[in-house]
Design a protein around this ligand. Sequence first.
Ligand code: ARG
Length: 459
Amino acid sequence: MSKLWGARFDKKSHPLADKFTFSIAYDYRLAKYDCIGSIAHAQMLGKQGIIPKADAAKIIAGLKKILAQVEAGKFKYDPTAEDIHSDIQTRLKAAIGKPADKLHTARSRNDQVVLDVKLYCLDHALHLIDAVQGLQQNIVHFAKTNRDVIIPAYTHLQGAQVVLLAHHMLAYVEMLERDKGRIKDCFMRTNVMPLGSCALSGTSLKTDRAYLTKLLGFAETAANSMDVVSDRDFIVELISTCSIIAMHLSRVSEDLILWASKEFDFIDIDSSFCTGSSIMPHKKNPDVLELMRGTSAKIFGNLTEILVLLKGLPLTYNRDLQLDKPVLFDTVETTQDMLVVLAELFVNLKVKHASLASRINEEGFFCVDAMDYLIKKGVSYRDAHDILGNMVKKCLDKDKKISSLTLGELKAFSPYFNEDVKKLFNPKMSVNIKTSLGSTNPNLVNKQLTKWEVSLRGV
Ligand code: ARG
């Protein structure tokens, strides 16, 4: 296929140079946005009388046909085209003839490509928000189905205190809500219309950029032509947001992997989301979750790649910028997949009630509750900590239950102890007595569950 810039050259480009420089194999994903952008551009050129209205109409009709093909999934990119912009331009010429030559008036691929990539980002940001929301909904549903379940919670991966499983689950929902906020922030800063910046300095032709902004549905028109054709910070921001999402999904995965192990035995992952071992017949491995954790590494790699790609580039456009696309597409598509897969895994996730019930009575989990008991009676935090520390050393470390101590034995640790302290060595009591805002108290957690159910409904 002929290039958009051939006339100045006295020889054809080397096939190796073509192979190395062509971006069509990945930027074909921009076909839809390229048509949408070009339709608006042609409309503006016609309205301004920069090209004849009749030519603009032919261009628009031709582009709409290509767009319909793209939207029907029938568009097959031409691998001999340099990029998607050249491919669509050539198809248009084949379809409508000479008027197609006027489409690129007052435009460069430098502003065209940024427009296409921005439209891609805006579109996919909305899909990502939906996917995050879908995952949140499934986590909330899982939490609500199991709202009475109590689990051990960990610090340093050592059993710490007990909490409601729903409380643990809603922690992820909070994280994902901030992720949605970050996507919305990216959306807002991306929502600035670049077209009309041309190669880098603008144009002497009487374009109407505000009209383009309106036609394309952007919130603002970019104020500096050099900024717009040079920068890709909106891509960095989206990849960085996806990195945070992937990091969160990786942590959810890690919790579930641990919980599904025989050593923890809190949950059962549906076998449709597990795989077996080729040698050990007893194995049911959480490979989907392991790959969720592993795939996040690739997204962090993409973030590093785009930052390094950009950091040394002088203004304005450099061909290096073409390489913003593989990392962007890979990140967005992978994050979307991760969100959808994890959401589905939650649908058939089962809690192992009997096993969990046998794990939440370890008396160490209730030491802080017993400390609070003493503090409420006027004992200082430091003294209460020492008293409980002694009890752990003399009882729990020797497999003796604190709840089985006689009143005399209790008083030997602290005269403030009465029989009623023994009631605290109970998982239900432990969650019930937490009253602080944001705690694992069942009433508060139920309110949170309802709040999330309502706020995540629709949108
Ligand atoms: N495929 C190119 C890209 O993605 C299009 C822009 C080429 N512009 C240029 N001045 N060589 O960046």
